[in-house]
Design a binder for this molecule. Structure first.
Ligand SMILES: Cc1ncc(COP(=O)(O)O)c(C=O)c1O
Length: 402
């Protein structure tokens, strides 16, 4: 077997097409190296990455403190199961808890879907004595691909072909408090939502929506569970996006940026709710392993020491100024939605053409829900990089065919 990085892009693509299941649409590029917001392909072409790791690369590629922590830990102890205590896991739980406003306790797993599965179990365990098991979620949401998380995802296109969904999920339109109230009944155990919808198109909650849901949950003995897989860990300029509003959730789920690009998921729950997970009720073999936990600790340390929560806000402001200026002169831009480094630009046409053209020009971006250009850049992106990428985007969008 050859060592890695010895094959050309076409050779890798040929192998992948023969031996991988084709469940992803991939660009015909083989990436081999990354540094900050730059990545290189096997032929040495350089790309500016405004979507590093699909939201996982909150510090860009190979952030030095994370690399160093992983390098050190991999030489010491890679994995032990949760039958043992490890210092990195305990320190990480403390660090995440201390950044909440509700003294949360943590459970660790390996992905966003897994984190939401744990939240779904928590809702059911918590609601069981009162006969509550249903979970209310919202149209346009995305919670993951496992069957529980998928059932929570209120988008029929993702359900197609794998029905029936798990029983007990009810859906209401995102942002509609009256509809949410109508959708619940005595059996509703929890409300689960992304404080800002990501995959759904960077949809910010209308004023009072999150606070209204909190009040609804309090009134009906339901848990407020926030999926912060995409919004968490500083992405919006706060450790957890809900901290921008006046709400305290019962459960928060995390993944993506949590360990700076290393696979990790997590749940933070109030102590009263967290204690519902007892030995035997839930587990994840790899969950909270020392390698991922060290990477997460180094991620938090970097964000804090480099003042990156503030930087995320500044980055958002610079992008917003650029895209609003574009909107003023370009009929293809219908709306600009920004919260820190969650950036959505609603286009009048399909976003896929923009993604393709940007790729040709060495810029990596994403489109979601057909018409929304989505950027989740690193929160240490430099002003010059923003300007360089936005110059390309301006040109591409201005020249779109109607
Ligand atoms: C809000 C949200 N929740 C859950 C998930 C699923 O995460 P994962 O792909 O790590 O299972 C995603 C992934 O995009 C997400 O954006």
């Amino acid at each position: 077997m050859p060592a890695t990085d010895t094959l050309t892009s076409p050779q890798v693509i040929d192998l992948a097409k023969r031996f991988l299941i084709g469940n992803y649409t991939r660009y015909p590029v083989c990436l081999v190296r990354g540094e900050g917001s730059w990545v290189w392909d096997a032929e040495g072409n350089r790309y500016l990455d405004f979507f590093p790791g699909w939201g996982c690369g909150i510090l860009g590629h190979c952030p030095p403190r994370v690399v160093e922590a992983v390098r050190e830990q991999v030489n010491t102890l890679i994995h032990v199961p949760n039958t043992w205590y490890t210092e990195p896991q305990a320190l990480l739980a403390q660090a995440l808890s201390e950044r909440t406003d509700f003294g949360g306790v943590c459970f660790f797993c390996n992905s966003g879907a897994e984190a939401n599965e744990a939240a779904i179990k928590l809702a059911r365990l918590n609601g069981k004595p009162k006969g509550k098991y249903k979970i209310l979620t919202f149209t346009g949401s995305f919670h993951g691909r496992t069957m529980g998380a998928l059932s929570a995802t209120a988008q029929p296109k993702y359900h197609a072909g794998v029905e029936p969904m798990l029983p007990g999920f009810v859906y209401a339109p995102f942002g509609d408090l009256a509809a949410a109230e109508k959708a619940i009944d005595a059996e509703t155990a929890a409300v689960l939502l992304e404080p800002i919808q990501g995959e759904g198109g960077i949809n910010l909650p209308p004023a009072g929506f999150l606070e209204g849901l909190r009040e609804l949950c309090d009134r009906h003995g339901m848990l407020l569970m926030l999926d912060e897989v995409q919004t968490g860990m500083g992405r919006t300029g706060a450790w957890y996006a809900h901290q921008h509003w006046n709400v305290k959730p019962d459960v928060v789920t995390l993944a993506k940026a949590l360990a700076g690009g290393v696979a990790m998921g997590g749940v933070i729950a109030t102590p009263e709710v967290g204690e519902k997970l007892k030995p035997g009720t839930h587990a994840a073999t790899f969950g909270g392993n020392p390698l991922a936990a060290r990477a997460a600790l180094a991620t938090i340390e970097t964000i804090e020491q480099d003042g990156l929560l503030d930087r995320a806000v500044r980055i958002g402001e610079r992008f917003a100024a650029r895209f609003n200026a574009l909107k003023a002169k370009c009929p293809h831009v219908l709306d600009v939605r920004v919260k820190g480094t969650m950036i959505g630009v609603e286009l009048a046409t399909d976003g896929a053409a923009v993604v393709q053209e940007c790729l040709k020009r060495g810029l990596l971006v994403n489109a979601t829900h057909g018409t929304v250009l989505r950027l989740l850049p690193a929160i240490n992106l430099a002003d010059e990089q923003i300007d360089e990428g936005c110059d390309i985007l301006d040109d591409v969008i201005l020249n779109l065919k109607a």
